[in-house]
Ligand binder design. Structure first.
Ligand code: NAD
Ligand code: IPM
Ligand code: MN
Length: 365
């Protein structure tokens, strides 16, 4: 039998509630030939309370020793006025991204996912605007303003926003490889502010050179990041393809993508340091799977959080870390059927609780 080692990090707020449902669903995929060995650890605010650190060295090592990491959410008002940056709850996630070197954060968004019925009902945009929208934001995840030097003084603060050629090259290559997995290849739409930022001018130059020399068969478009945001709201189909963005622009654009489907509660993401099957990697790529939403302290502890984004993270984990594409699709189909049958949490104007949605998805499987 094959055993997959999964590190489970529920975190804070609604994190433990949605994670419990994801684990329920994961276990439904166990067979005599395939077992999941789960190890649960602390991260974020709960880790600060227990250990004084937002993530311990031991948990970072556990991530490196596992086949994949499931992460729910961190943060909350309890820690908002305490230490921030890498020491605050959110810093636990940032430190883990860095330790795993998971430099590409994939955030898929389509008007048909998790079900066309969701976008139709919840998107603030007219149906003809969002019909056929299908893109993935590939967000650079280990550099830029998040990880540069910082100065924090009472009357001055600074975040260094820098990129090296190598950092831009590797996320460009991964974006192009994703584009090539579609037939015909998707275009790569690279976002920057080359009209203003020095780091963006390097970004544009390196993306251009990497694509032209290594991926001439993939169409490349450079788009200023601010106008990309407008396009996403007026003609989002024009961004269909791989949207390649630096850490900050990718963070913002991927939240804005939530407006296509009308809610963040159903959007999963995958943070990777390579794609499966990539011959240039010495080991299998690391993967950390997390919803795009946060710890939602306003609704925590009431069994009303939507577990769908977290559960769809399990599907992405099957796809990108565990070589289980058929199972990924089966899970995505089950989620669609349950949502279409009206079993939904209150954020989707349903009456079901978090646990009922998880149970219904297991039953649909
Ligand atoms: P949030 O995503 O937690 O919540 C925004 C709104 O969406 C809230 O009204 C919340 O109730 C709702 N919501 C979010 N997820 C939901 C779900 N699964 N089901 C139903 N409703 C849901 O963002 P925020 O309020 O800006 O941040 C709250 C905390 O989460 C902050 O401490 C922030 O730093 C943290 N955060 C963590 C992550 C992460 O861990 N990856 C991501 C974003 C924000
Ligand atoms: C996200 C979140 C994180 C980020 C925070 C919680 C560190 O907003 O995953 O998008 O800014 O990357
Ligand atoms: Mn974000």
């Amino acid at each position: 039998a094959q055993t997959h080692k999964i590190l489970v990090l529920p975190g804070d707020g609604i994190g433990p509630e949605v994670m419990a449902e994801a684990i329920k669903v994961l276990k439904a995929f166990e067979t005599p030939q395939r077992k999941f060995e789960l190890r649960q650890e602390l991260i974020g605010g709960c880790s600060i309370d227990a250990t004084g650190k937002s993530v311990t060295e031991e948990v970072k090592q556990a991530a490196l020793d596992s086949d994949a990491v499931l992460f729910a959410a961190v943060g909350g008002p309890k820690w908002d006025n305490a230490r921030r940056g890498l020491d605050g709850p959110e810093g636990g996630l940032l430190q883990l991204r860095k330790a795993m070197d998971i430099y590409a954060n994939l955030r898929p968004c389509s008007a048909d996912s998790p079900s066309p019925s969701i976008a139709k009902e919840f998107s603030p945009f007219r149906e003809e605007i969002i019909e056929g929208v299908d893109f993935v934001v590939v967000r650079e995840n280990c550099g830029g303003a998040y990880f540069g030097r910082k100065v924090e003084e009472p009357t001055y603060a600074m975040d260094e926003w820098g990129y090296s050629e190598a950092e831009i090259q590797r996320v460009t290559r991964l974006s192009a490889e994703i584009a090539l997995r579609h037939n015909p290849p998707w275009p790569v739409i690279s976002l920057d502010k080359a009209n203003v930022l020095a780091s963006s001018r390097l970004w544009r130059r390196v993306v251009e050179k990497t694509m032209v020399t290594e991926y001439p068969q993939v169409k490349l478009v450079h788009q200023l990041a601010d106008s990309a945001s407008l396009i996403m709201a007026t003609n989002p189909r024009a961004l269909n393809g791989v949207i390649l963005a630096d850490n900050t622009f990718g963070d913002m654009l991927s939240d804005q993508a939530g407006s296509i489907v009308g809610t963040l509660g159903v959007l999963p993401s995958a943070s990777l340091n390579g794609l499966p099957g990539d011959q240039t990697l010495e080991t299998r790529p690391y993967g950390l799977y997390e919803p795009t939403h946060g710890s939602a302290p306003d609704i925590a502890g009431r069994n009303i959080a939507n577990p769908v984004a977290m559960i769809l993270c399990v599907a992405l984990m099957f796809r990108y870390s565990l070589n289980m594409e058929a199972e990924a699709q089966r899970l995505e189909d089950a989620v669609r059927n349950v949502l279409d049958s009206g079993i939904r949490t209150p954020d989707l104007r349903g009456k079901a609780g978090t646990q009922e949605v998880g149970d219904a998805i297991v039953a649909a499987l």
